[in-house]
Write a protein that binds this ligand. Structure first.
Ligand code: PLP
Length: 496
């Protein structure tokens, strides 16, 4: 494809993409192809000779679209949103045009410098404490990773090395220090609440450290408390283990619970800032975007007591996948754990520490130009426009909850609407009947193709969760979902 053909093909693709968004409600939300649908539609091997663009492009409609689940559809209320926007899409085009690996500052100074600036803008917009700003008093700062899972693994590496360095600081360099480090490594435990996302357990698995769960209870709204944490820490220490890391969550995956940050900070206070302290990372992958609203700003304050924080603008903040924003209070811990300086990466700017090299803040070497899309989104919407988008998701969740309340004969609220997520169950006599009715309802709604919802099981309770964060969701869609739920469960009850 030459430049002339690219101009024609790319402009046509843009028209097709805009049409797709204009008519997104015409598709059933979740794909209904069978596993393996694609193989019989494609040749057994790649073409030897070039194919004309027209035949490649037409396969999008005929072969790919049937296998797409439409995440931007107003019927998509499953998982969490993965939101896109036109400004972010345009940024991706430029980012792809400048395509590079950008591991050092000199690899494209704008890529590094824009990231530092935009991460400071974003930290301010969320109301994060000053310690997370690049120019803040504790030498913190933000970096863009691809996913929350990557962010959690990365900060866990920094936490591990910080802990081991502190625990062996009294020993002189040499064999004894080495032995003690490896002995301690086998005792390390990473913690998360029972509601923490599975990525914490996975990170522990990857790092080869133990993982322990802090229990949560229904009475506390499934939120981790300092009391439960203290109990778990005491149990682990009594076994001779070394708890070094904790994921606290702002907006858990199943029910959007918020951990009790002040009591967690209090529980850890005796050791805070001293060798052997537990590194606390706050995972706000989905709900962090809600800190844009002034009413949620108080939730950002306690972050000053914690070591790192992440949220995904690619979830609820109109910035295309992938874009996970991570901040640390002291960047030195990341750099100490992850910096490697082979001769081919050395250059005058990096060697004299005049610049930031974000490769030392992440696991991969190369990196994408992700800050461009955040910059475009922040400027195109403004903070006020983004607040209006988040507020819409919150309002639609509350509206759905209010509708459930009008039919106490059919539904019970499981967890109240928070950050655009509400979960509910069918009414019934006893747990078994409630679970089976709810599950049946859930399957029927998803089979309809009009909406896509997710279920969860919390402490043995089967519940349906509805997330209203997709940008296109309006009152009419929430009403339509509610009507379908009522109609479906009434039909179900008649057959019982
Ligand atoms: C979505 C989510 C994750 C996982 O995010 P990835 O970016 O896909 O790794 C982790 N934690 C929470 C709280 C989430 O909502």
């Amino acid at each position: 494809m030459n430049a002339k053909q690219f101009r024609v093909a790319a402009k046509a693709a843009i028209d097709e993409i805009a049409n797709y968004y204009d008519n997104i409600s015409d598709h059933r939300v979740v794909a209904d192809v069978e596993p393996g649908y694609l193989r019989p539609l494609l040749p057994a091997s790649a073409p030897l000779d070039p194919e004309p663009w027209e035949s490649i492009q037409s396969d999008i409609q005929s072969k790919i679209l049937p296998g797409i689940t439409h995440w931007q559809s107003p019927g998509f209320m499953a998982f969490f949103p993965c939101s896109s926007s036109y400004p972010a899409a345009i940024a991706e085009m430029y980012s792809n045009a400048f395509n590079g690996a950008h591991f050092n500052w000199i690899c494209s100074p704008a890529v590094t410098e824009l990231e530092t600036i935009v991460m400071d803008w974003l930290a301010q917009a969320l109301g994060l404490p000053e310690c997370f700003l690049s120019g803040g008093p504790t030498h913190g700062g933000g970096v863009l990773h691809g996913s929350a899972s990557e962010a959690i693994l990365t900060v866990m590496v920094a936490a591990r090395d910080k802990y081991l360095n502190e625990a062996t600081a009294h020993l002189p360099e040499g064999e004894e220090k080495e032995e003690e480090t490896w002995r301690l490594r086998s005792k390390l435990v990473a913690l998360g609440s029972a509601g923490a996302h599975s990525s914490t357990k996975k990170a522990a698995q990857v790092l080869g450290v133990r993982f322990a769960t802090v229990p949560v209870s229904e009475e506390n709204g499934f939120s981790m408390t300092g009391e439960a944490l203290t109990k778990t820490l005491d149990e682990l220490k009594a076994k001779g283990l070394e708890p070094f890391y904790l994921t606290a969550t702002l907006g858990t995956t199943d029910v959007c619970a918020v951990d009790d940050f002040p009591s967690i900070a209090e529980a850890l206070a005796p050791r805070a800032g001293k060798p052997g302290e537990v590194w606390v990372h706050v995972d706000a992958a989905y709900a962090g975007a809600a800190l844009l609203l002034d009413e949620n700003k108080p939730l950002a304050k306690p972050m000053a007591d914690f070591h790192s924080f992440n949220y995904n603008p690619h979830k609820w903040m109109l910035t295309t996948f992938d874009c996970s924003a991570v901040w640390v209070r002291a960047r030195g811990h990341l750099i100490n754990a992850l910096s490697i300086k082979p001769p081919y990466l050395r250059n005058q700017y990096s060697d004299n520490e005049l610049v930031t090299d974000y490769r030392d803040w992440q696991i991969p070497l190369g990196r994408r130009f992700r800050s461009l899309k955040l910059w475009f989104v922040l400027r195109s919407y403004g903070i006020r426009g983004l607040q209006a988008h988040i507020q819409n998701g919150v309002t639609q969740g509350e509206s759905l909850e209010a509708k459930f309340v009008t039919r106490p004969d059919l539904f019970t609220i499981f967890t109240k609407a928070r950050f655009g997520l509400v979960s509910f169950r069918a009414k019934g006599d006893g747990e078994d009947q409630i679970n089976s009715r709810t599950e049946k309802l859930y399957e029927a709604i998803n089979a309809s193709g009009q909406f896509y919802l997710t279920s969860t099981v919390v402490n043995g309770h089967f519940a349906i969760r509805v997330c209203t964060g997709v940008a296109a969701i309006r009152e009419e869609h929430v009403q339509k979902l509610f009507d379908l739920l009522v109609e479906t469960i009434e039909a179900q009850l008649k057959l019982e």
